[in-house]
Design a binder for this molecule. Sequence first.
Ligand SMILES: Nc1ncnc2c1ncn2[C@@H]1O[C@H](COP(=O)(O)OP(=O)(O)OP(=O)(O)O)[C@@H](O)[C@H]1O
Length: 240
Amino acid sequence: MTIEASNLSFRYGEKPVLREVSFRLTSGRFHALLGPNGAGKSTLFGLLTRLLALQQGDILLTGQSLKKQPAEAMRQIGVVFQQNALDLDLTVRQNLQYHAALHGLSRKEARIRGDRELERFNLLDRANDAVRHLNGGHRRRVEIARALLHEPSLLLLDEPTVGLDVASRKALNEHVRTLCEEEGLTALWATHLIEEVCGDDRILVLHRGQLLAEDNGHAICEAEGHQDMTETFHSLTGAG
Ligand SMILES: Nc1ncnc2c1ncn2[C@@H]1O[C@H](COP(=O)(O)OP(=O)(O)OP(=O)(O)O)[C@@H](O)[C@H]1O
């Protein structure tokens, strides 16, 4: 699938937060949306998930406009929000089944797909545990499993490692990369942490609502005349 965002601008009241942002996501690749706090990442996710209404520009998913064919386009998207959105008192399986029902899956299909996802995440043995008893890293995995139940082609993750320890951050990041490589998933991973980004990733650098770069990480470094991503990110955004 191709994802193409063109000329997105957004304001909260009088305050411009995104300015003419255009980008393209490549099918089956891991993309990092890299930007410091306040860059506009969550706002962009709000537009991609239709939590916020488009004010200017459009987003096309395999040619389907989020403006004109929102239901068709949304079926192709799975989302993991910044804040944990699982019911802590329900079991892992109940959380998945509830979400599957919202997507119109039968109970049988929900069970099959849910167990398949849990197995892939090494969590099948926790299916009957209340989410409350899972650690932060496992909860995030359940959220990703849930986001994949309806078999979307595009997975959006808004700072999914917030609150996790270093080892869990790394494991989650690697897991999503594996999904891209092995399952052909297209992922957009928003972060302000340079250590979650690799030189081979497609990287979108967002700063103060503007897209400053959109390319392979190595190419962005080369264009900026730096050796590594940290230096490049600092010189692009003035962060330091
Ligand atoms: N509902 C809102 N009303 C007014 N301003 C907002 C609102 N939500 C966000 N903003 C402002 O818009 C700008 C971009 O915020 P946004 O949350 O999209 O950035 P971000 O890159 O996701 O940052 P963070 O990592 O801190 O969440 C910030 O200046 C923020 O204060």
